[in-house]
Design a protein around this ligand. Structure first.
Ligand code: SF4
Length: 485
């Protein structure tokens, strides 16, 4: 199924088409609705407990804005701190370079397999596939990532990659696939969460005890101390971060924070926004290497992969402030109905719709800025106040302008907008257009509603019914009823 490397899934249809297929999948919609509603409610409760939630959001947003403004400075400080603490820092301009660095490090350790902590950055660069090409097997250890890996599937949510799967489906995947990757699923496996988690634990235990190299992402890295932070819910990540002799962390350059004290803000914002918890069950921090404790060799790969280009756009750069909590996905009406696969990218939902086109270039993900109703629910939920609707509108303009540059003839949309501008500029023309539209609407309506229309109006009417316009326009009503005596 996977023919892709990296951030966007090559060969998948553009969002409008993929969304249509997803909408027809009633089981997917039911799974998504159940999961997002639960997480949404939990988040609201956890946020309501804090009187200073808005101040915390402001602090998070301000810290991110300031850090991004001087990113080069903070990254150089981070490099110096990690090096002083016994780690090694590598700079990767793109996915190919990052993958090569990791594969070389695994080979240098004399190994052919690695255990992995859940990481968006490594998904973004297609690390598992690149390692497989280099003869190295990567084992996912996060439960949801394990389900995705065993099912030869793709993640559909930032935090809960297997959100689209029901428990029955997960049981079936475990029974069918676990034996091919290591310890098989126990006989008579049930589909209650505890049984599934126990099966995963037994399956993973032998991987933890055998692996000499682990690969992780990072939620944050502190420039002043060189401390790297991973937050997770299951404790499997902690096993990866402490047991193997070599630890390789791949981190997007935007994850740096200036000081260790800044974590105070983010470690309150993140768990409440993501899982609706007061704090993460497992927060692992490490600073370089420590003799006799944890990995003996630590490598930090700092990944650019389009981030510097994104930083140049003063409106779009706010997407780099994202702390990957996934709150915007869980409140998005479009995501709730289409799921993550429709976005065709490792980063789905509202943040994916603004991050993906910037990281890969708008021409490679031109439909994503339009995969939104601009309702603003994502902006309200975002713990670091990223104005996603603003960035969406900004990127839409870019896509439209790029299309206009590439075409000799104007698009039907452009012609329609020009005509609309001419009509709206003149009260007389507007009144005439309203009369014509009311008359046309009444002629086309059946049983009080206008259904499917042919030609250019088809795209709008295919999925919507419009009420029949009243016989009298508002202007006429106003003139007849509010005449000056
Ligand atoms: S954009 Fe905001 S709400 Fe969405 S994942 Fe990022 S931090 Fe969370």
């Amino acid at each position: 199924m996977k023919d892709d490397h990296g951030l966007v899934w090559l060969g998948t249809p553009a969002f409008p088409q993929a969304a249509r297929t997803a909408l027809a999948d009633t089981r997917l919609r039911a799974n998504l609705k159940r999961a997002t509603t639960t997480i949404r409610d939990k988040r609201l409760e956890a946020v309501a407990e804090l009187d200073d939630w808005e101040q915390l959001r402001d602090a998070g947003a301000a810290l991110k804005t300031r850090t991004l403004r001087h990113l080069d400075h903070h990254l150089e400080r981070l490099e110096a701190s990690v090096t002083a603490a016994g780690g090694t820092v590598h700079w990767a301009a793109d996915a190919t370079e990052a993958n090569r660095i990791v594969a070389d490090l695994v080979h240098a350790a004399g190994e052919r397999e690695v255990v992995k902590v859940k990481s968006m950055a490594t998904q973004e660069i297609g690390l598992n596939e690149a390692l497989a090409e280099a003869g190295i097997t990567a084992y996912e250890t996060d439960l949801a990532e394990l389900i995705v890996q065993l099912g030869d599937d793709r993640p559909s949510h930032i935090l809960v990659p297997a959100i689209h799967r029901s428990r029955a489906e997960i049981r079936e995947i475990f029974e069918r696939e676990m034996g091919r990757w290591g310890r098989p699923a126990p006989d008579g496996l049930g589909d209650d969460p505890r049984a599934l988690a126990d099966a995963a634990r037994l399956h993973l235990r032998e991987k933890f005890l055998r692996a000499k190299v682990a690969v992780s992402g990072a939620n944050f890295a502190c420039a002043d101390t060189g401390t790297v932070v991973v937050v997770e819910s299951e404790g499997n990540g902690r096993m990866c971060l402490t047991l193997p002799a070599t630890l390789i962390t791949v981190m997007g350059i935007e994850k740096v924070v200036p000081t260790f004290a800044d974590l105070e803000v983010f470690l309150q914002l993140l768990p409440r926004s993501s899982t609706g918890e007061r704090m993460n069950p497992y927060t692992s921090m490490w600073t370089g290497t420590t003799p006799g404790d944890g990995p003996r060799d630590f490598h930090l790969v700092l990944l650019d992969n389009g981030r510097t280009a994104t930083l140049r756009d003063t409106v779009g750069r706010q997407a780099l402030a994202c702390i990957r909590c996934s709150a915007c996905l869980n409140v998005c009406p479009v995501y709730e109905r289409t799921g993550g696969h429709a976005y065709g990218s490792v980063y789905p939902g509202p943040i994916g719709a603004v991050l993906t086109p910037q990281l890969v270039g708008a021409q490679h993900a031109a439909s994503l800025p339009f995969a939104s109703t601009l309702c603003g629910a994502c902006y309200d939920a975002c713990p670091v106040k990223i104005n996603i609707p603003e960035v969406l509108a900004h990127l839409r303009a870019e896509v439209v302008e790029a299309k206009a540059r590439d075409r000799r003839l104007p698009t039907p949309e452009a012609l329609a907008m020009k005509a609309a501008a001419a009509v709206l500029a003149s009260p007389g023309r507007l009144a005439a257009a309203q009369r014509a539209a009311a008359l046309g609407g009444r002629l086309l309506a059946r049983n009080g509603r206008i259904g499917r229309l042919p030609g250019p109006l088809r795209g709008w009417t295919d999925s919507r019914d419009t009420p029949q316009p009243p016989a009298e326009t508002f202007r006429t009503w106003w003139r007849n009823n509010r005449k000056q005596p």
